[in-house]
Design a protein around this ligand. Structure first.
Ligand SMILES: O=c1ccn([C@@H]2O[C@H](COP(=O)(O)OP(=O)(O)O[C@H]3O[C@H](CO)[C@@H](O)[C@H](O)[C@H]3O)[C@@H](O)[C@H]2O)c(=O)[nH]1
Length: 382
């Protein structure tokens, strides 16, 4: 969290230096399977042919489908090409980037200091795997799972949402910190508080922070805003004092899961990172969508299409938004009658995202699959 986004490639560079010791470890342990993330795209090569490799996608089935499909020529090169569904998507779909979300990636000129770009890491990690495990569920995105099955010649195994745990099972959020936050939340009305948090990688500009602050102030609703200290330093003068009592700006690592599990929280203004989305929906909170980087725009479209969240309107070219549009989206989703379909949709989705037993069944399926196919039997030869 403390590594600025523009220095993140250094983490990958450091990570790559694990290749020799990991290769040695794998040779010694000789496991049946290795499960890996996209950054270690070299793991299948390190594992060799005797160990099976499963790429674990933290991204949705829709995002993986949007990213590419073997057997289809990907002729996309301009930013505009990524603002529509790609050729291999056979059904109507809004899942695509907005111009402002993709331009910075397409026009990127600086080299990746770690060597391979994230895109290359991702596609090699997918291609070289024997199976792809997806942290999602066909109950949420049936069309996208069907499509993945059709376009990839390897097993695609949904593992469910791995919903968050609270209470004694969770050690998150030291008790003193949580005690104070809980005390404040206990004083608020049920479903009245907006929890605002933009994950671990997003950096807002001064203007974006000011508009967001103005919108929250104008909404008149109680809010709890987890904002890194460096970003909080850019808040407009007098804001914290004006909202005192009604709004909290919290500059430490927030116990997000515990906060979202509290009954006073009704909505979650989120950047649409996959973990936050699961955490919010597992507790039935309506989402207010402010995607900023990576897959977040695609997640926002997928969620908005299912009325699980409402996007804060922004200019297509530069992504700017106003405090008024923040306030209007927050109040619509949280309290106005027009937001009722969104509030009902998240209640209905709570089971899919949060039900432990339902999700555990998918984990069991995965475990059975790994057992059945162990010892390299699933190496695809087609
Ligand atoms: O003060 C904080 C801040 C964050 N969190 C937790 O940190 C996680 C953040 O995860 P996520 O919501 O996925 O955000 P990012 O870490 O910013 O997401 C990165 O990783 C995701 C996939 O894992 C992608 O979907 C995003 O685009 C990418 O930016 C969540 O579990 C939060 O509960 C806290 O508990 N307290």
């Amino acid at each position: 969290m403390d590594v600025p986004y523009n220095h993140q490639q250094l983490l990958k560079q450091a990570f790559d230096s694990l290749r020799p010791p990991l290769t040695e470890l794998l040779r010694r342990l000789n496991p049946d399977w290795v499960i890996y993330d996209y950054a270690s795209h070299w793991l299948p090569a390190a594992a060799g042919r005797r160990i099976s490799c499963a790429f674990f996608s933290l991204f949705t089935a829709a995002t993986i489908s949007f990213t590419g499909a073997p057997g289809f020529v990907d002729s996309r090169s301009r930013a505009e090409d990524f603002t529509v569904a790609p050729d291999w998507v056979p059904f109507e779909s809004d899942v695509a980037y907005r111009l402002h979300e993709i331009t910075k990636y397409v026009e990127k000129t600086e080299e990746d200091s770690s060597g391979p770009s994230d895109q290359i890491r991702f596609s090699v990690a997918m291609e070289e795997s024997d199976a792809v495990i997806v942290r999602s569920s066909p109950a949420f995105e049936p069309d996208w799972f069907d499509l993945l099955d059709r376009i990839h010649e390897k097993r695609i195994v949904p593992v469910g949402f791995l919903p968050p745990v609270t209470g004694e099972e969770s050690d998150e959020g030291g008790s003193a910190v949580w005690g104070e936050i809980k005390e404040w939340l206990d004083e608020q009305r049920v479903n009245s508080v907006v929890y605002v948090a933009l994950g671990t990688e997003v950096s807002l500009t001064r203007e974006e922070i000011a508009e967001l602050a103005m919108g929250l102030e104008k909404s008149g609703l109680p809010f709890f805003w987890a904002l890194r200290r460096d970003a909080a330093a850019m808040l407009p003068g007098g804001f914290v004092e004006r909202v005192a009592g009604r709004g909290i700006v919290y500059t430490e690592w927030a116990p997000q899961v515990k906060i979202l599990s509290h009954d006073s929280v009704g909505g979650f203004l989120t950047h649409c990172g996959c973990n936050s989305v699961v955490e919010g929906l597992a507790f039935g909170k309506v989402l207010i969508l402010l995607p900023m980087i990576n897959d977040q725009g695609l997640n926002a479209r997928l969620l908005a299409g299912k009325k699980l969240g409402m996007e804060i309107p922004r200019r297509d070219d530069d992504g700017s938004f106003t405090g008024d549009s923040v306030a209007a989206t927050v109040t619509a989703t949280m309290v106005e009658e027009s937001g009722e379909p969104w509030r009902s949709a998240v209640k209905a989705a709570k089971e899919t995202f949060g039900d432990g037993e339902k999700n555990d069944r998918l984990v069991d399926n995965l475990a059975n699959y790994l057992q059945d196919m162990k010892m390299g039997l699933c190496k695809k030869t087609i």
